[in-house]
Design a protein around this ligand. Sequence first.
Ligand code: SAH
Ligand code: SF4
Ligand code: F3S
Length: 473
Amino acid sequence: MQAAPETDLLSDQQATEVLSPGVYVHTFGCQMNVYDSDQMVRSLLEEGFEPVLSPSEAELILVNTCSIREKAEQKLLSVLGVYRRYKEEGSSVLICVTGCVAQQEKARLLKKAPFVDLVVGPDNVHRIAELVRWRREENRPVVEVDFTRPDQYRFAKAVPRAGIRKASAFVTIQKGCDKACTYCIVPFTRGREVSRPYEEVLAEVERFVDAGVREISLIGQNVNCYAGGCSFSGLLHRVAATPGLERLRYATSHPSEMGEDIFEAHRSIDILCPHLHLPVQSGSDRVLQMMRREHSASDYLHKVARLRESNPGIALTTDIIVGFPGEREEDFDATMSLVEQVRFTNMFSFVYSDRPRTWACRHGDELGRVDSKTAIERLERLQARQREISSLEAGKWRGQDVEVLVEGPSKKDSSRRQGHTAHNWMAHFSATDEQAPVGAIARVRVERTSHVGLSGHLVGIVSWPMRSGDSHA
Ligand code: SAH
Ligand code: SF4
Ligand code: F3S
């Protein structure tokens, strides 16, 4: 066979580059979605797709959705309205809705948005490349929202992207949720809890650390119930033994599942960060009962005290819902009082939102709905007080040196760098890329603080990131 002339080969390569279809991903929601989006992009890259920075350049747009509150769902419809215009202007782009709204709405989504090409639930995102191919061949919408049987569920393997240095990475250890909090849609959209075998978790952590990642966050909706061949505290000890790993975090914890073995892990594992996100939802036992949270306010306070005995100075953050049906003024006062006692460093707070199929949605009228003016007024009061507490807590760091894991340039000012302290404060400081590269642990003198974080200057580098070819042995 005759070799093709060199020029032909070149033009062939150029043609392939030009023909690589572009994929654009728009991710809403929690860390589980961020992780799923990464997995989808990875499998589409293997299929010949290239990531593009603008949806207008894409031939496939993935919208990975969240339905935790009604607002999140409305956001989906408004972004779909924008993407629809590309089609109206003649683009052959495929629009694919994945994630929790896809699971909740299933084929109904095609009625609301008939221009959508694929609807893919969270249990099927690992099949994205195959489903896109199928959509192209069949030329009709694809709806894939069946849950995989828990005993057959396989976790997608995350592989660090070549050439991209990251300071930290999420590793999924569990999918779904077997709790039944009465306001929550997650058990309906993510299905039964399944734990990932610990050997897979350890292998994934090693892959990331070998690629230069220094901080791992183990993620799941209810990580304390992990059962992938060992207990959750057993997993923390195993992961912490990974050579080269500098920081370990996890989320999200359920207060009723926090036991002595986890408090002990916070005492004995030195790379386990002194920060815990422990959603309390309310400070009123009446409301906690209606929420079916399986803990009382005093149980929560007791666990906080045990944690602080194990690891004095541990920073706590939380989630709170105000305006749950039946919440009275005295219930809200109990929440304010709990917030006063715990002194969270940060809080995510929300007005209760009715979610389809949940118990609270079905029984909200009987319990007595809180009107939105009252709920918003409570939320504002809570947030105002939390801002003060966060400012005071952050202020304790003023004048001190903190260790910051460098994530990259500051989003506010590209001449500065940003990262998190072990206590999970966002920190900004003056330094160049060479002085504080991604993955370095920088010592920063804190000069100013606010309710959202710390700001200061570089004092020195505690440890440099691994260079390729370095070994942890
Ligand atoms: N699995 C985690 C978090 C789940 S969702 C946990 O159990 O804590 C994140 C937060 O969204 C919840 O902690 C809760 O505060 C909030 N949330 C969930 N459903 C909600 C609803 N229907 N209305 C308002 N906020 C809600
Ligand atoms: Fe939702 Fe409760 Fe499960 Fe968290 S623990 S995901 S709030 S049901
Ligand atoms: Fe949202 Fe689904 Fe996560 S509802 S918070 S994306 S599990």
